[in-house]
Design a protein around this ligand. Structure first.
Ligand code: PLP
Length: 413
């Protein structure tokens, strides 16, 4: 109670500070996208203007772009612990996930047509496996435990002699749970035999700046990143493909990216992504510490002040910046609208469709009811957030939840 009293008091003070500047935006949706870091923006600028060459041409201006891309590739490879030649630049997380799943499955289709993934992947993976199903592949969707963790044993149990591709995300974008990818890799290797018959992909989009993304430590053959999730620009990403991994390019045309991804390279995006990835990795330890403190005050504040509120996902095996809570009896849509009016940008796992709020597929996979899955709130912090913003947010969520429950109660009467 004493702690709750203190958060309330801090909230009132913070509310005063925030309202004295109505333009102040409290941005708590870093899992959706992040503000660009100045180093990325500065690195990109010249490549929009005077250094505009197409990296595939032969004159000096073009070679300048080629050098910038090659250097960016080296820098990304250093962070991932890979060879530069194993990195394919793409337009972002969705393209990398699509290319990984389709590229490996198509390359290995004579060997087998069975794919293993999980029920809680991003739609960039799930929609790719749906497309592969239409093309005659079979897909097993492993269910996580109630805590959102996919056990290595459950992945091993789903493997068949004709399995060719396994895809398990490193950290979930909705509930922040961190999957035991290295242990899953061991299981996959054991089943795969010396010929490395099965390709293992991980969607690590949510990880940079919060978790290490070393491809050897993870033991993966493919790994997806998206620049805008770690302080880089939107529309840039990469796919790591371990040397020797069977891969059939699905974006075809020119010979860019060593014939693995056709299309003129997005020089500014690539250069910005490399700068952002290095900055995220350099700041990782400090960011984790800062974010974790704010995340924990959100979780403690909301669970103390909103009756029956509960945390979704594992309490500790989760990203340092992710608080995802279910607030029974509080619909996500009016809650998010109320938060927006109060100057707080937040999110819910539920997707808005024309008619209604679709419950989150991740929360349903955890065994939640449709109603509970429609009452989730995701707050993802970044290192630039402040303790005052967090106190104000907890205060606002508590007030809105009480109001929405009162309104729902009187509507029932
Ligand atoms: N995978 C995960 C886990 C994500 O969170 C996202 C972004 O929402 C994506 C893939 C897609 O990335 P992009 O927005 O770069 O297409």
């Amino acid at each position: 109670m004493a702690a709750a009293g203190r958060t309330e008091e801090a909230g009132r003070h913070a509310a005063h500070v925030m309202r004295s500047n109505p333009d102040h935006l409290v941005y708590l949706d870093h899992a959706a996208t992040t503000p660009m870091v100045p180093a990325a923006f500065a690195a990109m600028e010249p490549y929009f203007a005077e250094r505009f060459g197409n990296a595939s041409s032969i004159y000096g201006l073009a070679q300048d772009a080629r050098r910038a891309i090659d250097e960016a590739r080296e820098r990304c490879a250093r962070v991932l612990g890979s060879r530069a030649s194993e990195i394919i630049f793409t337009s972002g997380g969705t393209e990398s996930d699509n290319a990984a799943l389709m590229g490996a499955a198509l390359a290995l289709r004579e060997r087998g047509r069975h794919i293993v993934t999980t029920q809680i992947e991003h739609h960039a993976v799930l929609s790719a496996t749906e497309l592969l199903t239409e093309l005659g592949f079979e897909v097993a969707y492993v269910r996580p435990g109630k805590d959102g963790i996919v056990s290595p044993e459950s992945v091993a149990a789903a493997l068949r002699p004709d399995t060719t591709v396994v895809s398990v995300m490193l950290a979930n974008n909705e509930i922040g749970t961190i999957q035991p990818v290295a242990a899953i890799a061991e299981q996959v290797r054991a089943a795969s035999g010396s010929k490395r018959r099965i390709v293992l992909h991980t969607d690590a989009v949510q990880a940079p700046g919060l978790l290490p993304v070393d491809v050897d430590a993870l033991g993966v053959d493919m790994l997806t990143l998206s620049a805008h999730k770690f302080g880089g620009p939107k529309g840039a990403g990469l796919l790591y493909v371990r040397r020797g991994t069977p891969f059939r390019p699905t974006q075809v045309g020119g010979a860019q990216e060593r014939d693995r991804r056709a299309g003129t390279e997005n020089t500014p995006g690539i250069v910005g992504m490399a700068a952002a990835l290095e900055a995220a990795e350099a700041a990782r330890a400090a960011s984790v510490e800062r974010c974790q403190t704010m995340r924990d005050s959100i979780i403690a504040g909301i669970t103390e002040r909103v009756e029956d509120a509960r945390l979704n996902g594992h309490p500790t095996e989760r990203l340092a910046n992710n608080a995802n809570l279910s607030l029974p009896g509080v619909e996500a849509e009016p809650l998010l609208m109320g938060l927006d009016l109060a100057g707080i940008a937040a999110s819910s796992g539920s997707a808005c469709t024309a008619a209604s709020l679709e419950p989150s597929h991740v929360l349903l996979a955890l065994g939640q009811s449709d109603n509970l899955a429609r009452s989730s709130l995701r707050l993802t912090v970044g290192p630039e957030n402040t303790a005052e913003e967090i106190a104000y947010t907890v205060d606002t969520v508590a007030a809105l939840a009480a109001k929405l429950r009162r309104l729902a109660g009187s509507a029932k009467r």
